[in-house]
Design a protein around this ligand. Structure first.
Ligand code: NOJ
Length: 560
């Protein structure tokens, strides 16, 4: 069965126009755009592709290599676009396929690569296949493309197993059959509006290989794979029993996550990608129990990168950071994949706010904490991240030092996890507030028509305009760090980190001519001056070959 789609524009950008090293992605800095909240081109209060296109020069000047866009496909927006109703169409709220085409071309002309989000674990309940499965009833072949099951209990009134949705509540919803009777249940690891595909059905794989080709023909440079660890479920959908189900980074492999069968899918996808020129990539959003399990996703015939969520979840603590850095590099070395580093994204509390709070509160925090300390640590954490070998991800607005918005009124909140009760990630709206571009104006330059989530009153002072050219601003720190990374190929290259002696609470490492020191303590520490200071996240004072590195500060030195 095929769907009706809007015709794609002639794929004139099918071959990526970006010149560059074939292994560009091994040390790339990739900027995440959350299209709803980046820039609003048509003044309806919601970000869109035209808004992104007009801001591409800002991203080029920031110095990133690629842009990953969260989903902009046709969607009822039950989970901000991660519920896709047509994988080959742009939602009118974000624009048209022609806008996507223009965005890809303009990005390429500026030397930026474009990575789009692919959502293969589930569709929207408005996807043609699911609507048909509901309409055709139990036993119909269309139900086999999802996980439909009869319920347990005398009248099938209990869910088929004990799995819980990541957003809270049961992972199953009972349907009303075409004849009006209560009937089968279907599986949804996320919201009820996001039914899970049955990847055992060959039509699902066929459809997704075709979707890959559609976007590759449009000229995209890669895909971020949503819930890359979830598509294959354990045989028989076994109960979990007494298990902490909501811990994504738990120690056990769940029957619905990180099943070995997912790797067969990626081997097939890799063959498709490799038919295309231009060094295009896959990056996995795979929450696995360990970095070693994450490494399985980036074996040479599978995906290129996987997000390092163990790193994202690490506290601002030198010993913990050193452990996760070593472990990551050790895990990636045997498979030959680059390590990746990430501090923030659209699903977690921004790191400026995480680090403003005491350690141990997790990645979903609704407390402002000490903003000054949080920002100081966030800036230092960024310099540390950008000094590590491999590829780094930057989430829109972190270059402005934005905090999470922790006091959004309940009546504006949209995260489905919030409405489904005590899900472990019910607070994601706070990192999704539209970013400020200008000091003043109704939505600080986000657009002419306000902003779909209210921005805090002090955000004009954090805007791109306010920080541009301002010595010491967070934006200028990012620009300078990315410029150094571009000038010095050695910064992200390879996989070696040589640890140097340092006082407790301080990380110091050498990479060739380059030395990075990060002081995670609340006190200033004396360190040897390792050469010429390239960049620092705070004020460094040097005298007689010794440098004072203030509390929560990182510094880059060059021996040459
Ligand atoms: C991960 C995405 O990052 C998140 O925003 C979404 O809610 C879930 N996957 C479900 O698609």
């Amino acid at each position: 069965m095929s769907q009706q789609h809007s015709a794609a524009p002639a794929p004139t950008s099918a071959v990526s126009a970006v010149e560059g090293r074939p292994d560009w992605w091994r040390d790339a800095v990739i900027y995440q755009v959350y299209p709803r909240s980046f820039a609003d081109g048509n003044g309806d209060g919601m970000g869109d592709l035209e808004g992104v296109r007009t801001r591409l020069p800002y991203l080029r000047d920031l110095g990133v290599d690629a842009v990953w866009l969260s989903p902009f496909y046709a969607s009822p927006q039950a989970d901000a676009g991660y519920d896709v109703a047509d994988y080959r169409a742009v939602d009118p709220m974000f624009g048209t396929l022609l806008d996507a085409d223009a965005l890809i071309r303009d990005a390429h002309a500026l030397g930026l690569r474009i990575i789009v989000d692919l959502v293969p674990n589930h569709s929207s309940d408005q996807y043609e296949w699911f609507k048909r499965a509901l309409a055709e009833g139990p036993g119909s072949p269309s139900r086999d493309r999802y996980h439909f099951r009869p319920g347990k209990g005398k009248n099938g009134e209990l869910p088929p197993n004990d799995w819980e949705s990541i957003f809270g509540g049961p992972a199953w919803t009972r349907v009303t059959e075409p004849d009006g009777t209560p009937g089968e249940w279907y599986l949804h690891l996320f919201a009820p509006e996001q039914p899970d595909f049955n990847w055992e059905h060959p039509a699902v794989g066929d459809e997704f290989r075709s979707i890959l080709r559609f976007w590759l023909d449009m000229g995209v440079d890669g895909f971020r794979i949503d819930v890359a660890h979830g598509m294959v479920k354990a045989e028989g959908l076994p109960d979990l029993g007494d298990h902490e189900q909501l811990t994504l980074l738990g120690n056990d492999v769940m029957p619905f996550f990180d099943q070995d069968g997912v790797h067969d899918i990626y081997r097939e996808w890799r063959l498709v990608l490799d038919e295309y020129s231009g060094d295009r990539i896959f990056v996995a959003e795979a929450w696995t129990p360990t970095v070693e399990r994450t490494a399985n996703y980036v074996r040479p015939d599978e995906l290129h990168q996987a997000f390092n969520f163990q790193y994202l979840a690490t506290h601002w603590d030198a010993a913990e950071l050193r452990t996760v850095i070593n472990r990551t590099l050790d895990a990636m070395r045997p498979v030959g994949a680059p390590a990746t580093w990430v501090l923030s994204n659209h699903d977690v509390t921004r790191h400026a706010t995480r680090f403003a709070n005491p350690a141990g509160l997790g990645t979903q925090i609704r407390l402002a904490g000490d903003r000054e300390v949080g920002l100081r640590r966030a800036r230092a954490a960024t310099l540390l991240m950008l000094a590590l070998p491999g590829s780094a991800y930057v989430y829109q607005g972190e270059e402005l030092g934005l905090p999470d918005v922790v006091d959004l009124p309940d009546d504006v909140r949209q995260d489905p996890a919030y409405f489904r009760g005590a899900g472990q990630d019910g607070f994601r709206d706070g990192c999704r507030v539209p970013i400020p571009w200008t000091r003043t104006g109704p939505s600080y330059g986000f657009g002419d028509g306000g902003s779909w989530l209210p921005q805090p009153a002090d955000w004009g002072g954090l805007s791109v305009e306010a920080q541009t050219g301002e010595p010491g601003s967070t934006l200028e720190l990012y620009r300078a760090a990315l410029a150094v990374r571009r000038e010095r190929a050695d910064l992200g290259a390879g996989d070696a980190v040589e640890w140097l002696r340092a006082p407790e609470g301080v990380l110091a490492f050498r990479r060739g001519e380059f030395v990075c020191v990060a002081n995670t303590t609340g006190e200033s520490v004396p360190m040897p001056a390792y050469g010429r200071v390239l960049l620092a996240s705070g004020e460094i004072t040097e005298a007689a070959g010794e440098a004072k590195v203030p509390a929560d500060t990182a510094v880059w030195w060059s021996a040459s």
